[in-house]
Design a protein around this ligand. Structure first.
Ligand SMILES: [Mg+2]
Length: 124
């Protein structure tokens, strides 16, 4: 078990995601939160044990695509799971996110089952 990092500029959405992860029965010893990609990188670098990140795409300062690229650019972050959770459901955006290094993709609104299925699909 490890901590899960939630990156979203909406505090309400972060709360919803934490609740949904618990409802989905995903093993987790605690949550960390960040309101944009830049903060997300800071949190990741402060905590070695994060194996799962859920990230929004549209955020100020650093968006989710640049965040994923920055995480994957770190030598020891190749195997961390990054699930995008976003309103941006267009095929082009999904492709952009996956090419940037995202592990999977969920469109808002979502249910606990949607999140669980997405994580099972990428082997988490
Ligand atoms: Mg947003």
């Amino acid at each position: 078990m490890s901590k899960i990092l939630i990156v979203d500029d909406s505090a309400t959405m972060r709360k919803i995601l934490m609740r949904v992860i618990r409802q989905a029965g995903i093993a987790c010893e605690g949550f960390m939160e960040a309101s944009n990609g830049s903060e997300g990188l800071e949190r990741l670098n402060a905590e070695a044990g994060v194996q799962l990140v859920l990230s929004d795409i549209n955020m100020p300062v650093m968006n989710g695509i640049d965040f994923v690229k920055a995480v994957r650019a770190q030598p020891d972050r190749g195997n961390i799971t990054i699930l995008m959770v976003t309103t941006e459901g267009s095929e082009a955006m999904v492709k952009t996110a996956m090419e940037a290094g995202a592990s999977g993709y969920v469109t808002k609104p979502f249910t606990p089952e949607t999140i669980r299925a997405a994580l099972e699909g990428i082997g988490k």
